[in-house]
Design a protein around this ligand. Structure first.
Ligand SMILES: Cc1cc2nc3c(=O)[nH]c(=O)nc-3n(C[C@H](O)[C@H](O)[C@H](O)COP(=O)(O)OP(=O)(O)OC[C@H]3O[C@@H](n4cnc5c(N)ncnc54)[C@H](O)[C@@H]3O)c2cc1C
Length: 187
């Protein structure tokens, strides 16, 4: 049983995973390597002078792995509610999760199949997004969404920030109190 299964390892998903893993939550990321960030050249991400999209995505995954997140290749085909949480299904495997974070970028087909409420997107070229509240919660308790699929502006700093925001909210809900992740400069 994973505490958190994140679907999608783009800026939103990997950012969420690194925080949940760093907070000690058993975290799995399932990704099928179809993200749009692979085609980007980025000069507008605060704190990073310039980086290729593939490098940003790989660095994000490395950060998540460093804190213990497991990242597997696969296409999630459904998310099914169970007595103890959720069953996240791929063509080959099934994973149990207490919480699920959907971070599938521009792809809304999985979310629709899983019964998550959608609505028309408002950002350029984004057709469908999930109907989430300010915390990132969908209409199914325990399934959250972050990044492009959650309707935020399609910029890496914003989608990554949204993934982090949702992760902090998931961790806080699991812990029963607001969570903060601050490391202190070693002198
Ligand atoms: C050509 C181009 C140039 C860009 N240039 C810039 C730029 O200069 N600056 C900037 O800030 N932004 C830029 N962007 C936008 C930026 O890439 C996006 O805003 C941001 O990366 C989206 O992040 P995300 O995590 O929401 O989605 P994505 O990066 O698309 O990640 C979604 C992930 O979910 C996975 N996934 C989807 N469905 C499933 C499923 N069913 N099962 C498993 N995995 C699944 C995908 O494989 C993917 O890895 C550019 C985009 C493009 C296309």
């Amino acid at each position: 049983m994973f505490d958190v299964v994140v679907i999608g390892a783009g800026p939103a998903g990997a950012s969420a995973a690194l925080l949940t893993a760093k907070a000690g939550k058993k975290t799995l990321v399932v990704d099928n390597d179809k993200g749009v960030t692979k085609r980007a050249w980025i000069e507008n991400h605060y704190g990073v002078k310039e980086i290729t999209g593939p490098n940003l995505v790989e660095t994000g995954k490395e950060q998540a792995r460093k804190f213990g997140a497991e990242i597997v290749q696969g296409t999630v085909t459904d998310i099914v509610k169970t007595e103890s949480g959720f069953r996240v299904e791929t063509d080959e495997k099934q994973y149990k999760a207490k919480h699920v974070i959907v971070a599938t970028g521009m792809l809304a087909n999985l979310a629709e199949k899983a019964g998550l409420h959608t609505k028309p997107g408002t950002e350029p070229r984004v057709k469908t997004i999930l109907d989430v509240d300010a915390a990132g919660k969908t209409n199914i308790d325990g399934i959250w969404a972050a990044g492009t699929i959650a309707g935020v502006s399609m910029h890496t700093i914003i989608t990554a920030g949204d993934g982090a925001k949702v992760a902090i909210n998931v961790i806080s809900e699991m812990n029963g109190e607001r969570y903060v992740d601050h490391d202190i400069l070693k002198s």
